[in-house]
Design a protein around this ligand. Sequence first.
Ligand SMILES: *Cc1c(COP(=O)(O)O)cnc(C)c1O
Length: 419
Amino acid sequence: MTAGDAAALDARDPLAPFAAEFHHPLDAAGGRAIYLCGHSLGLQPRAAAACVERELAVWRDRAVLGHHEGARPWIRYHERFATALGELCGAMPTEVVAMNSLTVNLHLMLVSFFQPTPARNRILIERPAFPSDRYAVASQLAFHGLDPDAHLIEVAPRAGEDCLRTEDLLAAIERNGEQLALVLLPGVQYLTGQCLDVAPIAAAAHASGARIGLDLAHAIGNTPLRLHDWDVDFAVWCSYKYLNGGPGAIGGCFVHERHARRIDLPRFAGWWGHDPATRFAMPADFAPIAGAQGWQLSNPPVLAAAPLLASLDLFQRAGVGRLRAKSLELTATLRRSLEELLPRERLEILTPRDPAAHGCQLSLRLRPGGRRAFERLTAAGVIADWREPDVLRLAPTPAYNSFSDVRRAAIALADAVRS
Ligand SMILES: *Cc1c(COP(=O)(O)O)cnc(C)c1O
C-alpha cells in the first residue's frame, strides 16, 4: 500500500475527525507518535480534563452541596453511564453499572454467582487466563475450602495452536457436566486478540446447569457485544483500555435482568446498592436496588469517573456500528501490510483471520529477535506492547488511529525486523 492509498482511505473515513478529539503522545523527535496501545491504556479525550475540572470546581465552590446540586449531582453520578454502557454491552441500562475496578467486580460477582455445592464445585477458565482473573478464581475456590488444583479446569489451545476452539470449550463444558458451577471466559482474549463466540458457549454452560461470566477487559469498546441476548449471567470490565477512561478509571459490571431481583443470591452488600428511596433513612436492613446497581458498595469515585463521560460521549457520537466497521478495515489493512512487508519466515500472526473472531488487536510472533524488533519499533515512534516471552501486540483503534498510522507502523516494524 502506498502513502497515497492510505491517505485516500483516510479521506473517505467518516470517523477520521475523531482523532483530533484525543491527545496523542509524542515520539522522541517531538512529533506525534503512532499509538497502537489502546488495549493497555486508551488515549486521553481532549474533553476529559474539562469533565474533571467541572467536578473539582463544584467541590471547591459548593463542597457537600455538590451531592445534590447542579447539572450532575454526585449522588446520582453513576447513573450517567448506564445508557452508553448499555449500548456498548448490548444490555438494558438497568443491567449495567459503573463501579469499582475489574478485579473487585469479579470478586463481587463470584460471591453471588459461584456457590459451590459438594457435587457442583468446578470453575472452567481458559489457559492462559489473565493472571488477575486466575488469582481471583483460585482464591475464591480456596475461600470455599476447595483446592484450585482439583477444581479449576483450564482449557488450553491445542498443541501447536494459540487460539481456543469453540468445540474444545463446548466439549470441556460437557465433560465436566454436573460438576461444573461456573464458566469464566474473556470476550476477547488478551494475549491473542481472539474474540470468542459466546452465545453457543453460554447455552452449553446453562444446559449443563452452570453459570457463565465474561471478562470484557479487551472486548468492551472493541467488539460488538450482545450480553443480554447471549444470556450470560454476569460480566465485568475495566474502562482504561478501549473505553479511554484514564488510568485506574472506574470499572463496570453487567448482571443479567433475570437476576435483577434475586435477593436470595449471596452478595456482599454496601449502602450504595441499597434502594435510594430509603438509603438516607439509614435502615438496618439491606434492600437492594433491582438490577446491576444493587451490587454497588460505595458512592462513586466522581473524579475517577468523570473522564469516562467524555469518552462515552465520543462513542455515542461515533456510533458502535461505524467504529466496528472501521476497526475491521484498519486491522485487515495492518495484516495485509505486515504480510506484504515482513519476511514470511519471520512473521507469525496469532490472531484469527476470521473477522468475527477478532477485535482491533493483532498479536504477532517475530522470530528470532522479536524483543529487539519491538525495542526498535518503540524507538521509531510506534507505541505497541510486548508480552513475555514472545508476543508483540498492536491495536489500531478506530476512534483515533488512521490508515496512514497503520501503514507507517507496518513499515517501521519491517525496518525493525530487518535491521
Ligand atoms: C486489564 C485486565 C484486567 C485488569 O484488572 P484491574 O482489576 O482493572 O487491574 C483484568 N483482567 C483482564 C483479562 C485484563 O485484560
